[in-house]
Write a protein that binds this ligand. Sequence first.
Ligand SMILES: N[C@@H]1[C@@H](O)[C@H](O)[C@@H](COP(=O)(O)O)O[C@@H]1O
Length: 240
Amino acid sequence: MEIKVFDSKAALYESVANYYVERINANPNMTLGLATGTTPIALYQNLIEAYKNGKVSFKNVKSFNLDEYIGLPKDHKETYFNFMRAQLFNHIDIDLNNCHVPNGDASMIEASIKAYQDMLDNAKIDIQLLGIGSNGHIGFNEPGTLFDSKTHKVVLKEQTRIDNSRLFNSIDEVPTHAITMGISDIMEAKEVIVIATGKNKADAVFGMIKGQINEELPASVLQNHAKVTVYLDTDAASKL
Ligand SMILES: N[C@@H]1[C@@H](O)[C@H](O)[C@@H](COP(=O)(O)O)O[C@@H]1O
């Protein structure tokens, strides 16, 4: 794992965005694994800016998102489908037909899981972006998820629902279930980029980098991946 610690979030996001621009320019047909949550928003803003300034095009880029809530109304702003459009896809020249987010329609979860896994099995993710949950989850792979897991349905941990409730009107509105790429799907990406900022991520970051590799801290599996770069601010790095 390569660890990069930044004094300011601005410097962190500029560095990671520059890296994406460089890599996409070198391989304009690349497949990105994308993430949601608050953490990637500033990266997406930097990428939109780079696109607007003519520094990068996403015309031939394909993308796969990690996960989706189950059962939110289709027009809810917190579905990851809508989040990705609002935060990135609507502002760049990516072809929406090439942008994949798992379908969280509660009436057809088994079919969605199979459809998503089939697509992943036929793709090769060049760079997988990850945030990290305060309990060490990646995607929605909560503590206890098997390292050999594929796309599956999960019951969200109470801590995850509490963490994510800030984006909803109340915790009751936060879905109890989600669909997520599995840990083995994430590990199949050629390269992984993790971003973590803030003190509330410091324990999870420590476990990911220095803890025992253990299914109780899903992100620790990344120690087994050949190419991982972790971008941290000083708060997230404070326990290392
Ligand atoms: N499913 C997402 C994860 O992919 C994300 O990494 C995590 C952290 O979110 P945030 O970046 O808002 O702290 O939240 C959610 O649970």
